[in-house]
Design a protein around this ligand. Structure first.
Ligand code: NAP
Length: 517
């Protein structure tokens, strides 16, 4: 039976008019749901969020907003098993992949819930202390961060329907800004169920949480200067949003999380079989196979000292041999299908594009001959990374990575990694402090996050692909130039920093509801 997903706007459920878009089970291709926003009044949806949700959230303390997030985390956790089943049906997730998404969602909500409790009774943030501004010591200046009075439009990618929805929601609600959340339509079933849970449990005040199931329609036409757009998805869509006439006309604040050809670099000090080496092999293989490689943070470019290339190819191939591509409902399966038929087409075309500069070192890079949207892990290899433009410029969003040799020096690795033109995360595997230092400071300007991995953290490493709420997520250049999460840093996007000058005792009184960030 096909489910019709409903939007939740203006405090009520809304079913769009025909024609609807079909959502599929990627394992079989069967239609499992449909969604449409035809007939939905986007202007009214935004207005309701601004006039109802915003004032209600701004009247709450950080601790009270934190409680909303804790309740949201609980609602998801209690429905975990059912959500995992839905992620298998509409996302092609293995059980492990689904847990990564769903536990990531509840974990991030809970993290920001706790942050809210720590901030306590404050309602806005104080940004630094007093600065004396004149000869009169009582004439001072302070900076405050107050929530914007518009609403936050969250547009998400298909790969993390639960986590993507909730990581943005958590930060926005804690900041005091209502949310209109739009999951990618193709895998929206999980996000739709999460919305039902939130509404059924009456967690958020009216207008604080709305969600749109289906196309974005003319939503962006109705944005104002007090609204924000947080987007995750492809760089083509990112460009369309950043260049939207209304966004430009009102200088609407936009945060973009887009493509990234993330790098992993093995230091020449790493010896085959050492803990650092094994960690490197394991983490590259995990990133190629987890969620069938459909992670924005997944390692795509694997930089290896030329004299270690044969050993890495052998060990990585052995590790990939342990993976099994197939029906995510089978316990033995470790790599499920790609999320959609168009992703399958894109990935096969992307592998062909990389093959113009690379050879296949593992796998065959072809769609499996069966129902559904399957590609088995594929490892490519280039002879000269400096001459292989496509590898640095093209993200293949599937179980695919490319081995790239370098001459063993940090200088050569830095030059090659920088060719990615801005990334979400890069990893460096080495126990050589001098190599690590040169790498980190050489690539830090090009990345939002660096994962330093060696024998001392081998047992604790979550891998570069795991986005932790404490740490910033986002990156410059190709990665979109955005920044999300990072604890309280994430709230900056949803708040206005305002400098206030005046008499010190008066400001103290006025800012009694402020709390130090
Ligand atoms: P996409 O096609 O760009 O879609 C992303 C979202 O944008 C979807 O919700 C989509 O809605 C919506 N959208 C499409 N056209 C739009 C428009 N003109 N205006 C406003 N919204 C629009 O990307 P995707 O295929 O879902 O995601 C894959 C890409 O996302 C990959 O390239 C990956 O690198 C990137 N990604 C980045 C991150 C990160 O954190 N940096 C995380 C995950 C994925 P519909 O689904 O309704 O079309």
């Amino acid at each position: 039976m096909t489910t019709t997903l409903k939007s939740y706007v203006c405090g009520a459920w809304f079913e769009g008019e025909a024609p609807a878009r079909n959502l599929h089970n990627p394992t079989t291709g069967e239609v499992v749901a449909e969604a449409s926003t035809n007939g939905l009044d986007m202007a009214a949806a935004l207005a309701f969020a601004r006039t109802h949700g915003g004032p209600a959230l701004r009247a709450m303390t950080f601790a009270e907003r934190g409680t909303l997030l804790e309740l949201a985390a609980k609602a998801i956790h209690e429905e975990r098993e059912a959500l995992i089943d839905l992620a298998l049906r509409n996302g092609g997730n293995t059980r492990k992949d689904a847990k990564f998404d769903i536990d990531g969602a509840s974990g991030t909500l809970a993290f920001y819930g706790r942050l809210g409790q720590k901030l306590g009774d404050g309602k806005f943030l104080l940004d630094g202390g007093e600065t004396r501004l004149s000869r009169n010591p009582r004439y001072v200046g302070r900076h405050i961060r107050v929530p914007l009075t518009g609403c936050a439009v969250h547009i998400n990618a298909f790969n993390f329907p639960a986590w993507g929805t909730c990581e943005k929601l958590a930060v926005s609600i804690l900041a005091g800004v209502p949310v209109v959340s739009k999951p990618a339509t193709s895998t929206a079933v999980v996000a739709a169920r999460i919305a039902e849970l939130f509404v059924a449990a009456e967690i958020f005040p009216a207008g604080a949480f709305s969600t749109i199931m289906g196309s974005v329609g003319d939503l962006l036409d109705h944005l104002t200067a007090q609204d924000v757009v947080a987007f995750t998805g492809s760089s083509d869509t990112a460009r369309a949003i950043a260049g939207h006439p209304t966004v430009l006309a009102h200088n609407v604040r936009v945060n973009l999380e887009a493509d990234s050809v993330n790098a992993a670099v093995l230091g020449s000090d790493a010896e085959p079989g050492s803990p650092t080496w094994d960690l490197f092999i394991r983490e590259v293989a995990v990133d190629m196979t987890q969620k069938a490689g459909q992670k924005c943070t997944a390692i795509r470019r694997v930089f290896v000292p030329r004299d270690l290339l044969d050993d890495v190819r052998t060990d990585l191939s052995e590790e990939l041999d342990r993976s099994a591509t197939g029906d995510p409902g089978d316990k033995a399966t470790t790599v499920g299908p790609l999320a959609t038929a168009s992703q399958l087409r894109d990935i096969c075309a992307g592998i062909d594009r990389l093959r113009s500069v690379a050879t296949v070192a593992y796998g065959d890079g072809k769609a499996l001959e069966r129902d559904g949207y399957f590609v088995a892990p594929t490892l490519l290899e280039v002879a000269d990374g400096h001459a292989a433009d496509a590898v640095h410029a093209h993200e293949v969003f599937g179980p695919v990575a490319t081995l790239i040799p370098f001459d063993g020096t940090a200088a050569d690795a830095v030059a090659l990694v920088q060719r990615g033109d801005g990334g979400l995360v890069a990893s460096v595997y080495s126990d050589d402090a001098a190599f690590l230092s040169e790498m980190i400071f050489g690539i830090a300007p090009f990345h939002g996050r660096i994962h330093v991995a060696n024998k001392k953290v081998a047992e604790h490493s979550p891998g570069p692909g795991t986005v932790l709420p404490q740490m910033q997520h986002g990156g410059p250049g190709r990665a979109g130039g955005g920044a999300e999460l990072g604890g309280l840093r994430g709230l900056e996007f949803y708040t206005q920093r305002t400098a206030v000058q005046g008499l010190s005792p008066l400001l103290d009184k006025l800012f009694v509801d402020g709390v130090e960030a």
